[in-house]
Design a protein. Structure first.
Length: 181
């Protein structure tokens, strides 16, 4: 906030803000692509296949590779060390993460649920990288961009801040806080 205070900000009232939001058009095909990207990146192969059939949205990868990746991740989640190692090796023996994974398999059964989930996430990211696919889904990145833009806009204008991304509910106060991840 500058020295002049909040009064130097351009005020955008709730009604105007709502009108502007209603004027923004987001194509269904773009939303479907974001959903498909999320399902594929996170390894939800069956759901992605059903979504493909229902929406007509084709994934940017062969779903067979998602099923293979999911099989590796399931073996890791279940602590099936030998099966996970074999599946990971057959998927891509050149995965950089494979050597490190092999070293940590001794500790596998001792990992707690949180550590196991972290390992699953690391294995997923390594496989995605080896398949030239982004490691993170696009949707969380877009939400982070929304928050960043909202925080920048807040420096120059008073407007209804979105305080809950799941409902797009606005904050009751003029300057409640800056959203962040």
């Amino acid at each position: 906030m500058d020295a002049a205070g909040p009064s130097s900000k351009r005020a955008i009232m709730d009604r105007e803000w709502e009108r502007r939001l209603k004027d923004v058009r987001i194509r269904e095909v773009d939303v479907n692509k974001l959903v498909m990207n999320y399902l594929v990146t996170e390894g939800y192969a069956e759901t992605a296949d059903k979504f493909r059939i229902e929406s007509g949205t084709e994934p940017d990868v062969d779903l067979a590779t998602v099923f293979e990746r999911r099989a590796v991740l399931s073996a890791v989640e279940s602590c099936y060390v030998k099966e996970a190692t074999e599946k990971l090796n057959s998927l891509d023996p050149m995965i950089d993460f494979l050597k490190e994974f092999m070293r940590t398999t001794v500790l596998f059964p001792r990992l707690g649920p949180a550590q196991r989930l972290k390992l699953v996430s690391q294995v997923n990211a390594a496989i995605l990288t080896s398949q030239y696919h982004e490691k993170e889904p696009k949707l969380p990145t877009l939400l982070k961009m929304l928050i960043c833009i909202q925080n920048e806009l807040d420096e120059n204008a008073a407007f209804p801040l979105v305080c809950d991304l799941t409902t797009t509910e606005h904050a009751d106060t003029e300057y409640p806080y800056h959203l962040s991840f």
